[in-house]
Ligand binder design. Structure first.
Ligand SMILES: Nc1ncnc2c1ncn2[C@@H]1O[C@H](COP(=O)(O)OP(=O)(O)OP(=O)(O)O)[C@@H](O)[C@H]1O
Ligand SMILES: [Mg+2]
Length: 309
């Protein structure tokens, strides 16, 4: 068990994540993340970026791959709406002898040992919890645990990134925190070629037929701006291969269609129709300006009506 003594208090550290990952294709987001973590002059400080993209597109993988490239230990802090301020720093645990043991969170363990902390799904966390991190993510690079009664100065090698989903089950991050989580690094949908490589790397025992089928499906969904991702593809291929193993007579296309229904739902079989119905149900609302609130869209008096569009 790794321990450290800070302000005379013994803190038990958690273990870094050892799973090796490989980032395939899309070199730009990786380059941006590594640039954020660089320190290029004595007075310079690393940045703590937000990694943004739809669920399952590779946000956590990107951050892990960047940390591995820099040969730094990775600590992943899973954030939820129940994450309390102290969970992010130190949790008191009752030990065998009835004593209190202080356990550092993955985030604090990274800050103490000079590792990389990934705050995963950061925007699921409420404002109260974010408040305890303000000092850690600005020039002070310090955090205070009220529970353990300690103040921690982050190691010079400490780096962090926050991953965020673009879905609705999340909190609005307060502005003062947002200004510390800069810049935003967007992961776009991968190209056909990259997506094929990602899928075959993750499922090396797959065959070309199912890989091609799945990539065509995912690429169509990307073109229609539907939020289906590499992870959905990996799950679908795995399921098809397992089903094929138990019943080799059913054709791959039927198995893939069934997998899509069971993983993404009935609607996801016909992507064109789904995209159309999402559009008409207003999931992608057209942008509105102030003028649109006072005048109908095409009213000549509407200063924001542009006939070119
Ligand atoms: N460029 C890539 N290279 C290698 N693997 C990738 C890449 N993009 C996605 N993957 C694979 O896709 C899967 C999902 O990735 P990951 O868990 O990083 O997504 P995420 O965006 O963090 O998802 P969530 O929003 O649910 O947290 C993983 O199995 C990962 O290995
Ligand atoms: Mg993730």
């Amino acid at each position: 068990m790794n321990k450290m003594v800070i302000d005379n208090v013994e803190i038990i550290l958690c273990h870094p994540v050892k799973t090796p990952v490989k980032w395939i294709g899309q070199s730009e987001p990786l380059r941006q993340l590594i640039a954020c973590w660089m320190v290029i002059a004595e007075e310079d400080l690393p940045l703590t970026p937000r990694i943004i993209g739809c669920p399952g597109i590779g946000k956590t993988t990107l951050a892990m791959a960047a940390a591995q490239q820099l040969k730094q230990p990775v600590y992943i802090m899973q954030c939820t709406s129940d994450t309390r301020p102290e969970d992010l720093l130190v949790s008191p645990v009752l030990s065998e002898q009835g004593k209190i043991a202080y356990h550092a969170s993955p985030l604090l363990s990274a800050a103490l040992t000079g590792g990389v902390a990934i705050l995963d799904e950061g925007n699921r966390m409420a404002e109260k919890s974010w408040a305890s991190l303000a000092g850690l993510f600005d020039h002070r690079r310090m955090a205070e645990s009220v529970v353990a009664g300690i103040t921690v100065k982050a190691h010079d090698d400490f780096r962090a990134a926050v991953t965020m989903n673009e879905d609705s089950s999340t909190f609005e991050i307060p502005d003062y925190i947002m200004s510390r989580l800069q810049p935003g690094i967007q992961i776009p949908f991968p190209s056909r070629e990259d997506e094929l490589r990602i899928l075959s790397y993750n499922i090396p025992f797959s065959n070309q037929e199912i890989l091609e089928l799945c990539v065509s499906y995912l690429q169509q969904s990307h073109n229609l701006d539907l939020p289906y991702s590499v992870r959905d593809g990996i799950n679908a291929i795995r399921y098809v291969l397992k089903m094929q193993h138990s019943d080799p007579d059913t054709d791959t296309e039927t198995l893939f269609k069934n997998a899509i229904v069971q993983i993404l739902g009935e609607d996801a079989v016909d992507l064109e129709k789904l995209a159309q119905s999402r559009k008409s149900s207003g999931e992608h609302l057209p942008s509105m300006n102030l003028g649109d609130l006072f005048f109908p869209d095409e009213d000549d008096l509407n200063p924001d009506f542009n006939e070119d569009f």
